[in-house]
Design a binder for this molecule. Structure first.
Ligand SMILES: *Cc1c(COP(=O)(O)O)cnc(C)c1O
Length: 379
């Protein structure tokens, strides 16, 4: 059976992590580490399916986290790889725990640094950094733009307290989203203009995430040049912490058609929900791809798909097919590993999709199954 046939045998709804695709992405990232000596970290915010952390740890240097829970997950599940953390603000109890498990801790402000400095400096084995906001980004959607007006993320040059850098060994910026090495090049230019003078005294610079490194059209040679340029000019290490680039196109969401109705057009109700199982469809927003479909109106049979929740806007999108659909048909959404599993929820009492792993040899493993208690425990 080919991949698609295998996916259609699974009970729905379910996510299926595609090990072969993960390995393809990780190999690209590994080659960047090999060619530059930089360190690449999985941003767990995008993908935290620790069933494949042992695999990921064979290819890249470790993980980054947005707080204690992600850091703990990496510490528990990724063996002896690096654990980094950045949070807009740490709590006291959280910080004490982070000190036990992290290699790098990045602060979002000088006030957080000063607040935790004494505790921090009693841990010489940990490196501490500051997130800067170079006030330059090419992201057009504000919700994903850490440099929009009055952003809380990162320290701007006018708020930079250069007399407080004792104990700080690196700077971190994260200003990109699904972008290429050309955007990185322009960003680095601004970072250097504003903060370059501080880099000579640092041990590292972290380029953040948002680099589409494992996309086929990404200019890897330019990335390698930029990493080497920064490493050599300032004599520092470079870290890159992609989420998407690790898990892009590395998973499916398999769903069944529950009902077919009409209201001026053909409507299909699926056993998966945009709001619950792929919230970025509504937040980003974007139209996820369904295998075998085309844009509305291109093929003879067009349907608008929505979820079985009571939210009027729980609409996934309009799709056309070369054949009419039937109740019970299975549909396969692609690119559902990243920012889907980590963002799902049980709004409306929706069941959570099971999670399967499709091994590189085509074998299927059930990773997780959820039930009524998962809903009940949260409300
Ligand atoms: C979200 C995030 C990342 C990962 O971003 P991707 O777009 O998934 O590559 C990395 N670092 C920080 C600080 C982030 O907030």
């Amino acid at each position: 059976m080919d991949k698609i046939e295998i996916l259609k045998t699974l009970p729905t709804p379910c996510y299926v992590i595609d090990e072969e695709a993960l390995i393809r992405n990780l190999s690209v990232l590994h080659s960047v580490e090999e060619k530059t000596g930089c360190h690449i970290l999985l941003a767990q915010k995008a993908f935290s399916s620790y069933c494949v952390y042992p695999l990921i740890s064979q290819y890249i240097s470790g993980t980054t986290s947005s707080g204690l829970f992600e850091a703990r997950l990496a510490h528990e599940e990724m063996g002896n790889r690096q654990v980094h953390v950045f949070s807009p603000a740490y709590k006291d109890e959280e910080f004490d725990e982070l000190l036990k498990i992290c290699d790098h801790i990045v602060f979002n402000s000088f006030s957080q640094w000063k607040y935790f400095r004494n505790k921090a400096l009693s841990h010489p084995e940990i490196e501490f950094g500051l997130r800067i906001n170079p006030e330059y980004s090419e992201i057009e959607t504000d919700i994903y733009n850490p440099c929009f007006t009055n952003s809380r993320l990162g320290i701007t040059l006018s708020n930079f307290e250069e007399e407080q850098l004792d104990g700080i060994s690196g700077l971190h910026f994260h200003t990109m989203c699904e972008q290429g090495a050309d955007v990185l090049e322009r960003t680095i230019k601004v970072v250097e203009e504003k903060f370059g003078k501080y880099l000579y005294n640092m041990k590292w610079l972290n380029f953040g995430g948002g680099h589409h490194i494992s996309k086929p059209d990404y200019d890897i040679d330019k990335l390698i040049q930029l990493v080497n340029y920064i490493k050599n000019k300032y004599d520092i290490q470079v870290y890159i912490e992609p989420g998407e680039a690790v898990a892009i196109d590395a998973g499916f969401l398999v769903t069944s058609v529950l009902d077919l109705t009409k209201n001026n057009m053909n409507l299909g109700i699926l056993d998966t929900s945009a709001a619950c199982h792929m919230p970025d469809v509504l937040e980003m927003p974007y139209r996820p791809f369904i295998i075998g479909s085309k844009e509305a109106g291109v093929l003879p049979y067009t349907y608008r798909f929505g979820g079985p929740t009571c939210l009027a806007g729980d609409i996934i999108g309009d799709y056309s097919f070369s054949f009419p659909l039937n109740i019970g048909d299975k549909l396969i959404f692609t690119d559902m590993a990243m920012y889907s599993i980590v963002k799902n929820n049980t709004f409306n009492g929706m069941p959570l999709p099971s999670i399967y792993l499709m091994k590189a040899d085509g074998k299927i493993q059930l990773v997780k199954q959820f039930c009524y208690d998962d809903f009940k425990r949260r409300v």
